[in-house]
Design a binder for this molecule. Structure first.
Ligand code: ADP
Ligand code: ZN
Ligand code: MG
Length: 520
């Protein structure tokens, strides 16, 4: 298969996402008072409504409506005052009612958007970005100094309910194939879900990944879900098609499932773009089908084909009155909007003098924001000085640890501040920061204690350093002469000699400064 870069020379990828979020922060289900609790004994949180018993009447959960309106306001959607629920009819054992209660053509939230800031390596996936200069606009993007901003339309966010959970027994790894029988747990039936659908505005796997990352940060900020991609409370399906560069008409799309991490979302889409290109270039055709991403085999396989459109006989739910949201209700929800990631980034720039690059990358992940904000709260009047080193720690060491599955909770805000402060006061070098960082996580000790125990403290005392430098210079008169004659590369030699004499504990910055003035 060709590489993405090569494929994008001839083809344009068109991507749209469908994102489901379980409203995990609510206490009860969508249309009944049953408790929402993950991991309870099977079928202990059920009632006639969520079991779909004849004659049971649903009552909507007001807190769930608040959650979806909050989601709509946070993603720049219009809130539809009048919308209603529909029945989507199908039969499957995990859905005792034989229909899912969902929304029809008009959802609570319509016509929203998010702006994505794409930079660095991520921007490299966009086709021929280099032909634009900062400020230029093309399609849905605007070029910036270090990348571009992409405007991504949100078609709608609607409310629906989750089904129960099937447990297949006897087959391999809980799969239905080879199972002898299946058990159903209805605890999850009726869990409120919101589904966000984007316009087909995304063009690269990185844009899709960044969209999900930003949406997740927004949902976490407004507190409507725990947004765990691993546990499935935040799920994403990727729709993707190709069209020849320069043509308008969309190609046939496939839908990708099992994109349950940011990496899977990116890699699955990337693979599917390359696969479709290969099929099309060999004269084949793309079938409208649902495909499963297999992260270990790194390919997608067909799950089901959609030869004809499914007919769910969507019809208005007769047991639920249409909604008539009041202005007061919508305004009361708007007042609950907390600071959103973009606003937070702007505040970090203003308050701590961070660059816009640093600020937006710090807010990109919950663990980096939490780390940074926690440490800044501890930093007191040193906040402005320590902001930049704390950002570096967040984006490098902290991110690397979390990505490697290492918890950073032992590096409390107080310890983080102490660590960067040791470097800021030249007690340890920036290289040693890494060593102390790892040691804190391994030994659960304060940075100052580790530096003391390991005898890492740098000698910054200028008197002591000067004495060493004088000795090194008088021991090497020939080299000093060569240096003064223009061989400035010898600076490294002098620094090395001083460091050796000080057993590696001299402060390199101070050594460099004094050497430069003595040799200059
Ligand atoms: P379906 O009827 O198959 O569910 P929709 O029109 O509802 O398709 O769109 C579902 C998702 O697929 C949306 O995110 C939309 O942006 C995206 N989408 C629609 N058409 C295409 C296409 N040709 N290529 C890629 N994505 C598409
Ligand atoms: Zn119930
Ligand atoms: Mg659809």
């Amino acid at each position: 298969m060709k590489k993405l870069e090569e494929v994008l020379e001839d083809w344009e990828a068109v991507i749209g996402l469908e994102v489901h979020a379980e409203l995990t922060t609510l206490t009860t289900k969508m249309f009944c008072g049953c408790k929402l609790e993950f991991g309870a004994d099977p079928n202990t949180h059920t009632c006639p409504v969520c079991l779909g018993l004849p004659g049971a009447l649903p009552v909507p959960n007001k807190a769930a409506i608040e959650s979806i309106v909050l989601a709509g306001l946070a993603t720049n959607c219009d809130i539809e005052k009048r919308s209603m629920f529909y029945r989507k009819n199908y039969m499957y054992p995990d859905m005792a009612k034989n229909f899912q209660t969902t929304q029809g053509p008009v959802a609570f939230c319509m016509r929203g958007h998010l702006d994505l800031q794409v930079d660095g390596k991520a921007a490299g996936e966009r086709y021929r970005l280099d032909r634009l200069s900062a400020g230029d606009e093309a399609e849905n993007i605007r070029r910036t100094a270090d990348g571009y901003v992409a405007h991504v339309g949100i078609t709608r966010i609607h409310m629906e309910e989750d089904a129960g959970k099937m447990n297949h027994v006897g087959g391999g790894e809980g799969r239905i194939a080879g199972a002898t029988h299946s058990l159903v747990d209805y605890n999850r039936a009726g869990t409120p879900l919101i589904e966000l659908v984007t316009e087909p505005d995304l063009r690269t796997p990185e844009e899709a990944r960044l969209f999900m990352q930003k949406l997740r940060q927004i949902y976490l900020a407004i507190g409507i879900s725990d947004c765990s991609m691993e546990e499935g409370s935040l799920r994403c399906d990727g729709n993707i098609s190709l069209r020849r560069r320069g043509t308008e008409k969309f190609g046939t799309k496939t839908e990708l499932k099992n994109l349950n991490s940011f990496k899977s979302l990116h890699d699955g889409l990337l693979y599917e773009i390359c696969r479709q290109a290969e099929v099309l270039e060999e004269g084949g055709r793309i079938y409208q089908e649902t495909r499963h991403w297999d992260p270990s085999l790194k390919h997608t396989i067909v799950m089901r084909t959609k030869e004809t459109a499914d007919d769910y006989r969507l019809f208005p739910e007769p047991d639920l009155a249409p909604y008539d949201l009041s202005d007061e209700f919508i305004e009361s929800v708007r007042r609950k909007l907390p600071e959103l990631p973009d606003q937070k980034a702007a505040r970090f720039e203003r308050a701590y003098g961070l660059s816009s690059y640093d600020a937006r990358h710090v807010v990109e992940n919950d663990f980096t924001v939490e780390f940074f904000e926690g440490a800044m709260a501890q930093a007191g009047d040193k906040a402005a000085d320590l902001a930049k080193p704390l950002v570096n720690l967040a984006l490098n060491d902290v991110t690397a640890s979390v990505n490697a599955g290492v918890s950073i909770h032992l590096l409390t805000p107080r310890r983080a501040v102490q660590l960067v402060d040791l470097a800021a006061s030249n007690a340890i070098s920036s290289k040693q920061v890494k060593e102390v960082f790892s040691a804190v996580l391994e030994e659960d000790k304060d940075p100052a204690v580790i530096v003391e125990e390991r005898g890492m403290k740098q000698v910054s005392d200028t008197g002591a350093i000067e004495a060493v430098i004088d000795r090194v210079l008088s021991d090497n008169p020939d080299k000093v002469e060569q240096y003064r004659g223009g061989k400035v590369g010898l600076m490294g030699f002098f620094v090395g000699q001083c460091m050796k004499a000080m057993k590696g504990q001299g402060n390199p910055k101070v050594i460099n400064e004094i050497l430069a003035s003595k040799l200059g």
